[in-house]
Design a binder for this molecule. Structure first.
Ligand SMILES: Nc1nc2c(c(=O)[nH]1)N[C@H]1C(S)=C(S)[C@@H](COP(=O)(O)OP(=O)(O)OC[C@H]3O[C@@H](n4cnc5c(=O)[nH]c(N)nc54)[C@H](O)[C@@H]3O)O[C@H]1N2
Ligand SMILES: Nc1nc2c(c(=O)[nH]1)N[C@H]1C(S)=C(S)[C@@H](COP(=O)(O)OP(=O)(O)OC[C@H]3O[C@@H](n4cnc5c(=O)[nH]c(N)nc54)[C@H](O)[C@@H]3O)O[C@H]1N2
Ligand code: SF4
Ligand SMILES: [Mo]
Length: 731
């Protein structure tokens, strides 16, 4: 049959008949009938919230049925393709264990439990208790622990109420040390998305940073560009990570010794004069001090500490210098490792500074966000006390509020903080060592509110649990991250909220109204805010609903020109190879290497990280992602497995250095981990019974972290100083 007849046929009898003839006998009559009656598919613009990379996406629905979620073509974060987890966002909507009604803690017959409440009652309790806190102590005694883009509504609520004590685990449990280290060296952080120009790099250096398992979408794609372009890839990781498998040079470093390696690399680059002398002279201060300091730290010096052959250290130093300034020293992201993390980040920043990669093509580009005006609102009141008053006394160089400081100041009858608002963060699994403290805090605090989409561990500590609808059912603020090309993206509701769940903006506004700060919420709904903002820049909500994203022209250059003197925002206006700020605060002005604590015999370092199928502790109960990875496995080296008589697929329990015993966890015997370490994917081992799929599956790394190595400079919770041994799983 000719193609022409085919077209004619469709033109005369309509496409429905054509579909029928094509599907022929494969379709059941009932299914066929359903398809005929189904409303047309529609697409809605969203921004993925399965992790905070915030990829722009399109939600495909058919009537009330969520069909699939795909990447927004052209978006710099997704480039038209979502990662495994983003595609699995469908499960976040359909999860049968979702929170769909407000819950209130009540005591009945001496027993505490949650009871379903109306929104009015739940919000009433919050307003009454917060008003009392404000009257008795001041509104500054409310602390908020929040995460993710949706947090902006509660940041706003808290500021309007009169408190600036708002901390994210993204600082003290994640990026804080690297941002502080880079800030001290370059005068600014390294942005998110990280300003790493991997697509144009000739050399990429990963220190930890397990890209491919760490699945920040466009970051992995630009890393793939580097591999495709035959860039030299150098990965420093004690474990044979996915990224190590893509590298020409894998340095299986002894855990905790990265500063020694970095000092040795700097030593080689200075000793062999592999840096751009003109650039360094114009743009840095402290070269003589640095050179004198690192002179003894040769690759031979680093060898016993790191276990890395001097020749490998020398060769890789030469390679990264030869490719500079098209070299990416990846700054890492989860950098709370050993407690000396700001100093490790400093060492990385110093190396990057010597290689002249700040603002260079193939190094660190200069990101730019779009200029979108804020919706006009009254000025926030000045809080009676600020987070700074409490935090900086302990961590003088913390650039942001520290979650652990807030919790420590919420303990006991005379605690500074009297109420906690928790949004989109599962503290018991996110902050090792927090469970007991939350328990203590809950005895004396006047109020704990948890706003979540599912009955996660954290909700168990709350007085009031508020069900937020998922990202697929709500507006949030425009995504406007610093990019190569400024680009905004819209999250808009594709479906009505399930049950009685509500969007965050609505919850914040309703609490605000009841607290007497209604002036800060003058709009009807968040669509109005976003539309107003878009109209200021010649667009509209209508436009973004159809396009999903919109680009804006750059107003500043993407790279500095060769030979340009760069205006760094440090006190000296230069890259600070030697930091007077650190010295004045009583810290090492140049990073110092301290060998990590050794494990007791029979114990192994607890190493942990990501798997591409899951985000933190938020996706294990997602029915789609659960199927891809229902539990985590503990990786054990074959010699160790043999020594303990452990086999692949058997279940064991992990016992940490302080006797804490994990859930049972299945074994994977593999040479991809060093004999001195085991590996666990973070986020498993849920103890919240409401998470019916995830409950009790796999082991929780957080629970095994009882030795926390706090970073004295910025308060990060170093998580890597923990060790485990094994025991046969209880039946
Ligand atoms: N799929 C998925 N992707 C994610 C996330 C997620 O939840 N799921 N979360 C995102 C977030 S917020 C973050 S912060 C990032 C975290 O991801 P990364 O920033 O990449 O985390 P790291 O801790 O740097 O990397 C873990 C790697 O460090 C190695 N390592 C352990 N000890 C040492 C050591 O002493 N030295 C060196 N050089 N390496 C060591 C481990 O073997 C492991 O391969 O991932 C992001 N991407
Ligand atoms: N042991 C250990 N601890 C870690 C890490 C680790 O690797 N190991 N990683 C650290 C890092 S890098 C980071 S960034 C942090 C991440 O820390 P968190 O942000 O606390 O991570 P999650 O575990 O995903 O917790 C998110 C919570 O928000 C809820 N949630 C999900 N979507 C929504 C939503 O749309 N609205 C609302 N209101 N709630 C929602 C989830 O149900 C869950 O309870 O954890 C840090 N802590
Ligand atoms: S990286 Fe994946 S999970 Fe994260 S926002 Fe993008 S698509 Fe969603
Ligand atoms: Mo993170």
């Amino acid at each position: 049959m000719q193609r022409r007849d085919f077209i004619k046929l469709s033109a005369t009898v309509g496409s429905s008949a054509l579909l029928g003839s094509m599907l022929g006998g494969c379709t059941e009559p009932a299914e066929w009938q359903r398809m005929m009656n189904a409303p047309p598919a529609t697409e809605t613009a969203t921004v993925c919230n399965i992790c905070f990379w915030s990829c722009a996406a399109r939600v495909h629905t058919q009537g009330s049925r969520l069909w699939k979620i795909t990447g927004q073509p052209g978006d710099p974060h997704s480039d038209g393709r979502l990662c495994t987890r983003g595609t699995g966002g469908v499960g976040a909507y359909y999860d049968p264990n979702r929170l769909i009604k407000p819950l209130l803690r009540v005591t009945r017959n001496g027993q505490q439990r949650f009871e379903v409440a109306s929104w009015d009652d739940a919000l009433g309790v919050i307003a009454e208790r917060l008003t009392k806190v404000a009257k008795t102590y001041g509104p500054d005694r409310l602390a908020s622990l929040v995460h993710g883009p949706g947090a902006e509504h509660f940041v706003h609520l808290s500021r309007a109420f009169g408190s600036d004590s708002i901390a994210e685990p993204a600082f003290a449990q994640c990026r804080g040390p690297r941002d502080t280290g880079f800030f001290l060296t370059f005068g600014e952080g390294i942005s998110s998305p990280e300003q790493t120009d991997m697509s144009n790099a000739r050399c990429v250096v990963l220190i930890g940073t397990h890209l491919g398992e760490n699945l920040h979408n466009s970051q992995v794609r630009t890393f793939a560009d580097a591999i495709r372009n035959d860039a030299t890839i150098i990965t420093v990781d004690p474990r044979f990570s996915v990224a190590a498998g893509k590298s020409q040079h894998w340095l299986p470093i002894k855990p905790g010794t990265d500063i020694a390696l970095l000092l040795a690399w700097i030593n080689v680059i200075l000793a062999e004069k592999l840096y751009d002398a003109d650039y360094v002279a114009r743009n840095t201060i402290g070269l003589p001090e640095l050179a004198a300091y690192v002179a003894p730290f040769t690759p031979e010096w680093a060898y016993p500490a790191t276990g890395l052959e001097p020749e490998a250290i020398r060769r890789t130093a030469r390679l990264m210098a030869a490719a500079a300034p098209a070299t990416v020293i990846h700054p890492g992201r989860h950098t709370v490792w050993w407690g000396d993390d700001t100093q490790r980040a400093r060492a990385m920043a110093i190396l990057a500074g010597l290689l002249g990669i700040w603002g260079s093509k193939g190094g660190y580009y200069l990101p730019e966000a779009a200029l979108i005006p804020d919706y006009p609102l009254p000025e926030y009141p000045v809080p009676k006390s600020s987070w700074r008053d409490i935090t900086l006394a302990k961590y003088p160089l913390a650039g942001a509020p520290v979650t652990n400081v807030i919790i420590d100041n919420a303990l006991g009858k005379n605690a500074h903080y009297r109420a906690l608002l928790i949004y989109d963060t599962n503290l018991p699994m996110t902050m090792p060592g927090i469970r007991e403290k939350l328990q203590t805090a809950s005895q004396s605090l006047d109020l704990i509110v948890a706003i979540d989409v599912q009955p996660s561990e954290v909700t168990g500590y709350a007085d009031v649990v508020l069900p937020e609808c998922s990202y697929l059912e709500r507006y949030d603020g425009l995504r406007n991250d610093p990019e190569i090309e400024p680009c905004i993206a819209l999250r808009s509701p594709a479906l009505p909220p399930r049950g009685e769940s509500k969007p965050g903006w609505w919850i914040a506004k309703e609490i605000g109204n009841r607290l007497g700060v209604a002036d800060y919420f003058p709009w009807k709904d968040y669509a109005e805010v976003v539309d107003w903002q878009l109209r200021q820049v010649g667009s509209s909500l209508e436009e973004l609903k159809s396009t999903g994203i919109r680009f804006f022209p750059r107003t500043t250059p993407l790279y500095y020109k060769k030979g340009e003197t760069i205006p760094f925002k440090t006190p000296s206006g230069k890259i600070e190879l030697y930091s007077t700020t650190l010295k004045d605060a009583g810290f090492d002005p140049i990073p110092r290497f301290t060998p990590p604590q050794e494990a007791r015999p029979g114990f192994f370092r607890l190493n942990y990280g990501r798997a591409p199928q899951h985000s933190f502790s938020r996706t294990q109960n997602n029915p789609v992602l659960f199927q891809l990875m229902p539990e985590n496995l503990v990786w054990i080296h074959p010699t160790v497995a043999r020594q303990f008589g452990i086999e692949t697929a058997s279940y064991i329990q992990l016992v940490n250095q302080d006797g804490v015993v994990s859930n049972r966890v299945r074994v994977r015997v593999t040479e991809r981990t060093r004999p001195d370490s085991v590996w666990l994917v973070h986020g498993f081992g849920h103890t919240a019974e409401g998470l019916k799929l995830a409950f009790g599956r796999g082991a929780d790394d957080s629970a095994l972290m009882t030795n926390i190595l706090y970073d004295p400079i910025m308060g990060g919770t170093g998580m890597r100083g923990n060790y485990v041994t094994f025991r046969k799983a209880a039946a």
